[in-house]
Design a protein. Structure first.
Ligand code: NAG
Ligand code: NAG
Ligand code: NAG
Ligand code: NAG
Ligand code: NAG
Length: 315
């Protein structure tokens, strides 16, 4: 029957406070995927070839909770914290402890202690500390068009892009808008944390003014999770731009109202067949929290029959 004497517990506490003062410099990092198994090392080589009966090995987590104790040849559950019951498995050859069903709350500092149990009682012969961090891959980002509209020139279309159940928090989300020229816009990232498992769901919104610079627009949403990693991309959404159906309504540009840039709007009157199209230069193409501002209307556009250019006040 393996029990830890009082002196052992005192020693553990001493070791832990000792350990806390030396961690920062050479921190060893162990990563594990959410809901999967973490491999918690001890890095114990057993240099004196001690038999298992002479060894006491245990792992402690944050708040000194004991994950697992191997007491002189047997597993000892007496001091194991309830969070870790039925979640651990020791490989006695490598002294690697498997921690199953890893959760975000398991993140933190861990230490493995090895004591040699000789005639004078237990003596700590080895200790090894490391930081456990947990990763959860976000679902593939998904773009949803928020309004039920075709991409008519002059319209403002809204899109959302979301990805779910990831960890840690992504660095940023952005949109890639491909017309004749491609542009990237940083999105305003809304982050929601799931209370049950601490994972993140993220969303960003794009308001896009459809202008007449390109017959098609390709929209992709990307998430930069961590600096070193490739961004996670959505499927590309393909929009075909269309001229306004009703020429009379083409002068009502709903986007201008929200765009807020309603001063003197330069209106270029373009005749394509019998449709009159109105393009604005002052209103931003895109309303998204951005660092790079959208380019002005592409000058390369060649209106056939370049008509008069009239100034209009807001309507
Ligand atoms: C994690 O595991 C639980 C229970 O096994 C399951 O319900 C949940 O969907 C899993 N979550 C993820 C993000 O894999
Ligand atoms: C979009 O509009 C069409 C026609 O007006 C309608 O049949 C369809 O149900 C709408 N879809 C959504 C998602 O609102
Ligand atoms: C698009 O979003 C803006 C807010 O950014 C909103 O004012 C506008 O009504 C939305 N447009 C449509 C067609 O839903
Ligand atoms: C945009 O999508 C169209 C298909 O809709 C494709 O032909 C074109 O190559 C794409 N353009 C870019 C720059 O990806
Ligand atoms: C788009 O790209 C072309 C060349 O690829 C360039 O000549 C033009 O100025 C660009 N237009 C804008 C608005 O950046």
């Amino acid at each position: 029957m393996g029990t830890m004497g009082c002196e052992n517990i005192l020693l553990m506490m001493f070791m832990l406070s000792d350990m806390l003062s030396v961690v920062s410099a050479t921190e060893i990092k162990i990563e594990a995927f959410f809901n999967k198994t973490a491999k918690l090392p001890c890095n114990f080589k057993n240099p004196q070839n001690s038999s298992p009966e002479e060894l006491v090995i245990f792992w402690q987590g944050h708040k000194d909770d004991v994950l697992y104790e191997f007491y002189r040849g047997k597993e000892n559950l007496m001091y194991v914290h309830s969070n870790y019951i039925n979640r651990t498995k020791l490989n006695p050859n490598t002294w690697i402890l498997q921690l199953q069903n890893v959760q975000i709350m398991d993140q933190g500092m861990y230490t493995c202690f090895v004591q040699h149990y000789g005639s004078k009682g237990p003596v700590v012969i080895h200790q090894f500390s490391f930081q456990l961090s947990v990763l959860a891959p976000f679902s593939k980002p998904e773009i949803i068009q928020l309004d039920n509209k075709t991409a008519e020139i002059g319209d403002v279309l809204n899109f959302s892009c979301s990805a779910n159940q990831g960890y840690p928090k992504p660095q940023k989300m952005y949109w890639k808008i491909e017309t004749k020229n491609s542009t990237k816009y940083l999105g305003d990232m809304y982050v929601f944390q799931d209370n049950t498992n601490q994972l993140y769901n993220v969303t960003t919104i794009l308001s896009l003014l459809i202008n007449d610079t390109s017959p098609w627009i390709n929209i992709t949403c990307l998430i930069q999770t961590q600096e070193s990693m490739e961004p996670l991309a959505s499927e590309t959404m393909h929009l075909k731009t269309q001229p306004k159906e009703n020429p009379d309504s083409s002068f009502l540009i709903p986007g201008l109202v929200i765009a807020g840039a309603i001063s003197a709007v330069l209106c270029i009157f373009i005749l394509i067949g019998r449709n009159a199209c109105c393009a604005t230069r002052e209103a931003p193409n895109v309303k998204a929290e951005n660092t790079e501002h959208p380019k002005e209307r592409d000058e390369a556009l060649e209106p056939m029959n370049h008509g008069s250019c009239e100034k209009t006040e807001d309507r």
